[in-house]
Design a binder for this molecule. Structure first.
Ligand code: SAH
Length: 223
């Protein structure tokens, strides 16, 4: 099967899974997922599965990216914060839908690879930072939208605080992998409104930035 045919099959799969927003579908269609997975998994890039990207992390399932992006209700004038860039795939999809994406990743080697991929795809409206995303990015807050791609025990207060009024935060909440839920928090003029969406299975949101001992980070300095 050709890459083009695999992509079309994936889009059909997303529609069946409830991703119906045409803007989201076309953003996903325009991002080459094979550029975000390790070479050995390239032939599986358009399957609806999460794949390992190193450091114990995974690139999210396409259906999950689709459903989360749709739940985020992203508009093209918006400023979006992403927590957990990972491979940069979700970042790339967001970059096609909004004005500017800020993305935080706690594994520096993943961040460096993700940045290189986005540059190669000429997605220039993305700014990335190494650090603990649970603290948000106060220097550029508030955000119209915030998405976290790792599961927190509860909604991190710093993220809710950095939402603009009318803003939306989407993230998986829960500890055990089988009890996680995707949650959407809306900031209104008088507080926050929280809804539970579908079940989720994410890697955990980990406290603090990682300090790798590999030669790559040693050479670049860590922390
Ligand atoms: N959307 C990404 C998902 C990556 S998995 C993709 O499709 O590739 C989640 C990512 O969140 C991992 O890379 C993990 O390192 C990162 N992460 C976990 N806790 C974090 C934290 N506190 N701050 C920043 N990134 C975090």
């Amino acid at each position: 099967m050709t890459t083009a045919a695999r992509r079309i099959r994936l889009i059909l799969m997303l529609r069946q899974a409830g991703v119906t927003d045409p803007r989201v579908l076309s953003a996903i269609e325009l991002v080459p997922r094979e550029a975000f997975v390790p070479d050995v998994f390239r032939d599986q890039a358009y399957e609806n599965t999460a794949l390992p990207i190193g450091h114990g992390q995974t690139i999210s399932k396409p259906v999950v990216v689709g459903l989360m992006t749709q739940a985020l209700e992203v508009g093209d004038r918006m400023k979006v914060l992403e927590v957990g860039a990972g491979s940069g795939y979700q970042t790339a999809v967001l970059a096609r839908l909004c004005r500017r994406v800020y993305s935080i990743e706690r594994h520096r080697p993943l961040l460096i690879e993700a940045e290189a991929r986005l540059q190669a795809l000429k997605l220039r409206n993305v700014t990335m930072m190494y650090g603990d995303g649970a603290e948000g990015w106060p220097a550029v807050a508030p955000f119209d939208r915030i998405i976290a791609c790792a599961a927190a025990r509860e909604v991190p207060a710093a993220l809710a605080d950095q939402l603009a009024e009318g803003g939306v935060l989407v993230l998986p909440v829960g500890t055990a992998r089988d009890s996680q839920r995707l949650v959407r928090v809306r900031r209104t003029s008088d507080g926050f409104r929280t809804e539970e969406l579908v079940k989720a299975h994410f890697v955990p949101l980990v406290d603090g930035a990682a300090v790798e001992s590999g030669t790559l980070t040693a050479g670049l300095g860590s922390g």
